[in-house]
Design a protein around this ligand. Structure first.
Ligand code: ADP
Ligand code: ZN
Length: 210
């Protein structure tokens, strides 16, 4: 099963991706995570990507596409994968079409006010865990005990920019995939598990088709 998760920043792609990977056993490929691990490791790509990410801008297509191409060519992606955060532009979508055939593009749609609340309350841990101040009042991580922090791109100015970039550059992909007949939209306004039951209904059908 080859799937793409589409949705605005804060739509909950990462949380759904974690559950989808567990349920269907396909590798989870997150370009955001790939960039963050490059930043952590201090690579040249990381340094380059960070200058865009901190401002809420997209990392240029040439670099992003190379990272995805390298990852998809690894053996564990041969029979299936889930892309989270890629493609985010028409250029990236057209590139992906050239190298593979997708089974489903899952669009997680969330009202704008919910998105804003989620992004501004997001707290991150160095271990990768993510919380929201709504449901998690403490400033330490439940998984590892480290102190939580606000990602540079979760600061107010960057949030505004990320949402603008989404509207202008990424949102047109919804139509792009609808026209190809592979788009499914689920509403992701409630809890992670509520959304996942909708996601699972959709993906079970795709999975059966094989
Ligand atoms: P979110 O979905 O909450 O914005 P991500 O972790 O998916 O967070 O992405 C963080 C940042 O990484 C983005 O704002 C962007 O700068 C960069 N990035 C991730 N994926 C892509 C992509 N496909 N193309 C360009 N930039 C990307
Ligand atoms: Zn942690």
């Amino acid at each position: 099963m080859k799937i793409v998760l589409l949705g605005a920043p804060g739509a909950g792609k990462g949380s759904q991706a974690e559950l989808i990977t567990k349920e269907y056993g396909i590798p989870h490929i997150s370009t955001g995570d790939a960039f963050r691990s490059n930043i952590k490791a201090g690579t040249e790509i990381g340094l380059y990507a960070k200058s865009f990410m901190d401002k809420g801008l997209l990392v240029p297509d040439e670099v992003t596409v190379k990272i995805v191409e390298a990852r998809l060519s690894q053996g564990d992606c041969a029979s299936g994968f889930m892309l989270d955060g890629f493609p985010r532009s028409l250029v990236q979508a057209e590139f992906l079409d050239k190298i593979t055939a997708l089974d489903c593009v899952l669009n997680i749609s969330v009202p704008f006010d919910v998105i804003l609340k989620r992004l501004s309350g997001r707290r991150s841990c160095s271990c990768g865990a993510i919380y929201n101040t709504d449901s998690h009042k403490s400033d330490s991580c439940l998984k590892c005990g480290n102190t939580l922090f606000i990602r540079d791109d979760d600061k107010e100015e960057a949030i505004k920019k990320r949402l603008e970039v989404y509207q202008a550059i990424t949102a047109p992909l919804v139509d792009y995939y609808a026209q190809k007949g592979i788009l499914s939209t689920v509403i992701g306004a409630e809890t992670i598990l509520d959304t996942f039951s909708l996601v699972k209904n959709t993906l079970d059908l795709v999975w059966k088709k094989g």
